[in-house]
Design a protein around this ligand. Structure first.
Ligand code: NG1
Length: 370
């Protein structure tokens, strides 16, 4: 990292370096922006950010993986169509300034190996690594939870995606080898050890998921519509997190069928996250796996965010007989599935499933053991 920094900016004294990992979500999809529960785990791939003060208000960025630069002036950051990666840094700077955190100009380098557009949260890793590096460089007082919310604010207020806090929370507070249970309403969280002898393997469909913000934001709106209908039967409900299946049935006459199905996914997915956490804690991975298959079915049928390639991979995983659970991970519409299996079967999975998928679809899948 310092070698690249020196090559681009000439010196490496007083450089702050920080990193943050990507993540894969074990279970709890589209629950975070409904104040629900999620259970992601960090992956070993990370984004690194190195920066040094400049003494003026220019921010100069260099993205090693693209060989591209971008410069902006503090307080004048504007969304860039050509340098989309730069928006994540600008979004974090924007969020920090709005929080009254005092920054100056910097020279900054980014590099990383988190696969992009794969549902592995390279953007959250970049946001959290950027915020961490700036916090260290300017000696700011920011807690890890606040750091996660700075990243979320970059997404929501600068990029324009109404995403929840799961990815940034996991990038900021996750521990390798552990699942992180996050209560997105209270920010309570705890790391839960993944049982010895079991592995999660992510496999990419080869469909680069353009996080189609309109389809994602449409789901957010549908959930809000559901909450409004639920409030008419139970005014205490603030978000889908507060609703039970009984509330939903009572309120169903006041919502469209599509909204009802979206809400049903979220309400039941929250229950699945808590059950999966308990199952991990009592060392019962087969139960976690069964919940993962259920989650995928619900994402496909009720939330309508799957695609034929994701469904084919989940189906194939089921048919192996040794994969305990599989589901799409991340927002959906392409990207990865996550598969739970005994460690002793990882080699067989990695050999069998991608080759089958390539023959069946003509697409080249990448595999990421977690
Ligand atoms: P991915 O697809 O990994 O970017 C997105 C949201 C999450 C969450 C999931 C669905 C972003 C940056 N993140 O994750 O907050 O809502 O979808 O569970 O949009």
């Amino acid at each position: 990292m310092l070698g690249i920094f020196e090559k681009i900016y000439g010196r490496t004294d007083e450089v702050a370096v920080a990193s943050a990992p990507g993540r894969v979500n074990i279970i709890g999809e589209h629950t975070d922006y409904n104040e629900g529960f999620v259970l992601p785990t960090p992956i070993s791939q990370q984004v690194f950010v190195a920066c040094r003060k400049r003494g003026d208000s220019e921010v100069r960025l260099y993205a090693k993986d693209y060989g591209e630069s971008y410069t902006f002036t503090l307080g004048r950051q504007v969304f860039s169509e050509e340098r989309r990666w730069a928006n994540y840094v600008m979004g974090v700077v924007d969020a920090m300034q709005r929080k009254g955190l005092h920054l100056g100009g910097v020279d900054l380098v980014i590099k990383g190996d988190v696969p992009q557009a794969a549902g592995l949260s390279s953007s959250a890793a970049l946001e959290v690594a950027t915020a961490r590096a700036l916090v260290e460089l300017f000696d700011l007082k920011v807690t890890p939870v606040q750091l996660a919310y700075l990243g979320k604010s970059a997404e929501n207020d600068f990029i324009g995606l109404q995403s929840g806090v799961m990815d940034q929370f996991c990038a900021s507070l996750g521990k390798l080898g552990h699942a992180l249970l996050i209560d997105c309403k209270t920010n309570k969280h705890r790391n839960v050890k993944i049982p010895e002898g079991y592995s999660f393997v992510a496999i990419h469909t080869g469909i680069r998921r353009k996080l189609d913000s309109s389809a994602y934001n449409e789901r957010v709106q549908q959930c809000r519509a559901g909450v409004m209908a639920l409030q008419r039967v139970n005014p205490k409900i603030q978000s889908l997190r507060d609703a039970s299946l009984t509330d939903l049935v009572k309120a169903s006459a006041g919502m469209s069928e599509v909204v009802y199905k979206r809400c049903r996914h979220v309400v039941l997915e929250n229950e699945r996250v808590l059950s999966a956490t308990a199952a991990l804690e009592i060392n019962f991975p087969a139960k976690v796996g069964a919940l993962m298959f259920e989650s995928h079915k619900s994402l496909r049928e009720d939330y309508d965010v799957s695609c034929p390639e994701l469904d084919a991979l989940v189906d194939k995983a089921f048919k192996t007989g040794y994969v305990l659970g599989a589901r799409l991970t991340g927002a959906g519409w392409g990207g990865c599935t996550i598969n739970l299996m005994p460690k002793s079967y990882v080699a067989e999975f990695v050999e069998e499933v991608p080759a089958w998928y390539a023959r069946a679809t003509g697409l080249v899948p990448e595999v990421y053991p977690v």
